[in-house]
Design a protein around this ligand. Structure first.
Ligand code: ATP
Length: 232
């Protein structure tokens, strides 16, 4: 469904990605794990058109990516950024409506109700400002806002960041439900244990390069991954 080939990205002199190739099959959860600064966010930002690569290509459903980020969203690639980035001065409902900007009328209302079904807490708080939500609730809002754009593939950047383990488990249950509803997921995480536990396939990104890849359970058992990412 998504094919990234030999992608290189630099910010001035900093080489963030160096010849990265990955593939995501429809209906899967694919994880990218790696330390701080490995290039994980840059990979997602390049796929969603926010960063232009020096080299390499991204194909989605057999076609090259459109140039403009809004066209990329319309094709079904939706990015939920690191740090949630919800609009704190807007209500929860209005945050969701921003995500649904491509749709109107009954379609939009149905999508809103679908999100309230999946995230009941957002319905309870729908008229509250997003800035008053807890970290976990803001993460749910960020994901729900992404779903309002009707993704075929959802790019999730560190959804567990800064959250208590019990909340992380809730978010991961939701990610599974999203996959089960037919949406493909590309998940970027520093939390290797969770990301490898949920995925069908995973890549390890180190200093801008893919060093290792395999099924999630296979990487969970790998000595190299255990030493570097799972605390031995
Ligand atoms: P983190 O989990 O800390 O966000 P990451 O794996 O997502 O890390 P990136 O954010 O993609 O990594 O960063 C990769 C490299 O590119 C790092 O060395 C980072 O300092 C650098 N970098 C990222 N964004 C920029 C930018 N806008 N300008 C200059 N350098 C950048």
């Amino acid at each position: 469904m998504l094919k990234v080939t030999d992608l290189s990205v630099s910010y001035g002199h900093v080489e963030a990605l160096r010849g990265v190739s990955i593939q995501v099959e429809q209906g899967q959860i694919v994880s990218i794990i790696g330390a701080n600064g490995a290039g994980k966010s840059t990979l997602l930002r390049t796929i969603s058109g926010l960063v232009k690569p020096l080299n390499g290509r991204v194909e989605f459903l057999g076609e090259p990516l459109p140039k403009k980020p809004n066209k990329i969203v319309a094709k079904g690639i939706v990015h939920v950024p690191e740090g949630r980035k919800t609009f704190s001065g807007l209500t929860i409902r209005d945050n969701l409506l921003v995500g649904g900007y491509l749709f109107k009328g009954k379609e939009l209302e149905k999508d809103l109700q679908d999100q309230y079904k999946l995230f009941p807490i957002l319905e309870e708080r729908k008229n509250q400002y997003a800035g008053t939500l807890s970290g976990g609730e803001q993460q749910m809002l960020a994901v729900a806002r992404g779903l309002m754009s009707r993704p075929k593939i959802l790019l999730l950047d560190e959804p567990s960041m800064g959250l208590a383990p019990i909340i992380v488990n809730q978010i991961y249950d939701l990610i599974r439900q999203i996959r089960d509803s037919g949406i493909t997921v590309l998940l970027v995480e520093q939390n290797a244990r969770k990301a490898l536990g949920i995925c069908d396939y995973a890549y390890v990104l180190e200093n801008g390069k893919i060093n290792l890849s395999g099924a999630g359970d296979e990487l969970l058992r790998s000595d190299a991954v255990r030493k570097a990412y799972l605390g031995g």
